[in-house]
Design a protein. Structure first.
Length: 130
């Protein structure tokens, strides 16, 4: 029998799926990573970084007033123009400073929070800056 949090992760995946898959997800949300070539000969020009895109199911909205002024990992603060993005778990890791794309527009991740904080992740909440 699956545990409660595994079932809740499945519920989050269903609810946050795109509308064309009978979910309530909004637009397109993707995690974007750039990786550069690590080894090349001194006489060769390095290759441009490759772009790795991981589609995520989720929704975005403005930050709640209780978050405005809260500190973020990079030393700044959350401001009223920032957004909260909640996504279904996808099996990957992410850190502040990385990039999400919301409907093709890049935003910087300021804060990452797993829901719940420990154990099986049911959803992931990001605070991002446009």
């Amino acid at each position: 029998m699956p545990d409660f949090y595994s079932e809740m992760a499945d519920v989050a995946r269903d609810i946050l799926a795109p509308t064309d898959q009978d979910g309530l997800g909004q637009g397109t949300i993707a995690l974007v990573r750039y990786t550069s070539q690590t080894e090349f000969e001194p006489w060769e020009l390095p290759a441009p970084p490759s772009r790795e895109v991981t589609p995520l199911n989720g929704a975005a909205r403005g930050v709640g007033k209780e978050l405005i002024g809260a500190p973020v990992e990079n030393g700044g603060q959350i401001v009223s123009n920032d957004l909260t993005v909640i996504v279904a778990p996808w099996g990957g890791e992410v850190e502040p400073g990385q990039v999400l794309e919301l409907d093709g527009k890049p935003v910087t991740i300021l804060k990452v929070e797993s829901i719940p904080a420990v154990g099986t992740t049911c959803a992931v909440r990001f605070v991002v800056r446009r």
